[in-house]
Design a protein around this ligand. Structure first.
Ligand code: MG
Length: 253
């Protein structure tokens, strides 16, 4: 059952998403060589709480495993769900930052990848293609489209550029819970899957690799890395389906 938000709920979603975009902008401007992910996590948590919101990831539980931080920071071959550590960021690093908060009962989710300093053109292309795949996918989130249309667009774009699409982790519905139905894979067949209707909210989040799409999880039971050690990028927005088209709720300025 996919939740269709009432107009008052849509307003709540807009507020949560705007607060999260503010937080992400603050943290984005703090990313530089020498800063540690632990410092970025502290800044994330402080910025979320200053807004009267609650970090969505801190304390998030899968089975007996509890995520310990307010920010997911995934570096280089790490794809998603990295736990912030105290190793300073280095020139040439890729860092993917994933943010989530809950405000007055409604969740928002947002991620981006940044590079530190100059990187080889193919690495910049990885970022550009992943970001572009997100915006192209978001443009498919219109009433009457199906979830498979989104995955199909992402997969087609990404694979045409010679990159890999992660299969194991997918986007999701979002609202009163961080993760709701439907699952929103970054691969699939057009014309299949759940039908999108006005008032539905989904987090679209392509995860793209320089090599094989296969991933594994590290011994910390959270950090997902590419199986072949290739670099990865991740971009995500919380998107509302409206009768006049998609609205990217977490848009950054
Ligand atoms: Mg997400």
């Amino acid at each position: 059952m996919i939740a269709v938000k009432q107009p008052w709920e849509v307003q709540r979603m807009r507020t949560s998403a705007r607060l999260l975009a503010e937080v992400a902008e603050i943290v984005r401007s703090a990313v530089r060589v020498g800063v540690t992910p632990v410092e970025l996590d502290a800044l994330t948590e402080r910025s979320i709480r200053e807004r009267g919101a609650r970090p969505a990831f801190k304390g998030y539980q899968v089975g007996r495993d509890v995520f310990p931080a307010s920010l997911c920071s995934s570096r280089n071959e790490q794809v998603v769900h990295g736990i912030p550590d105290d190793r300073p960021l280095l020139e040439g690093d890729l860092i993917s930052l994933d943010f989530g908060l809950e405000y007055e009962g409604y969740f928002a989710d947002l991620a981006f990848t940044q590079v530190l300093g100059p990187v080889p053109p193919r690495v910049q292309e990885l970022l550009d293609v992943t970001r572009e795949a997100l915006y192209t996918a978001a443009s498919c989130a219109v009433p009457g489209a199906r979830v498979g249309d989104i995955g199909h667009r992402v997969q087609t774009m990404v694979e045409a550029s010679g990159f890999g699409v992660v299969r194991q982790y997918v986007g999701h519905g979002i609202g009163r819970n961080l993760h709701e139905e439907p699952s929103v894979p970054n691969y699939g067949k057009a014309g299949t899957g759940a039908l999108l209707k006005p008032g539905m909210c989904i987090a679209i989040e392509p995860m793209v690799t320089m090599g094989s799409w296969r991933c594994r999880t590290l011994g910390d039971r959270w950090t997902v890395v590419t199986a072949d050690g290739s670099l990865a990028a991740h971009f995500e927005h919380t998107v509302l389906v409206t009768s006049h088209g998609p609205e990217i709720l977490t848009a950054l300025s």
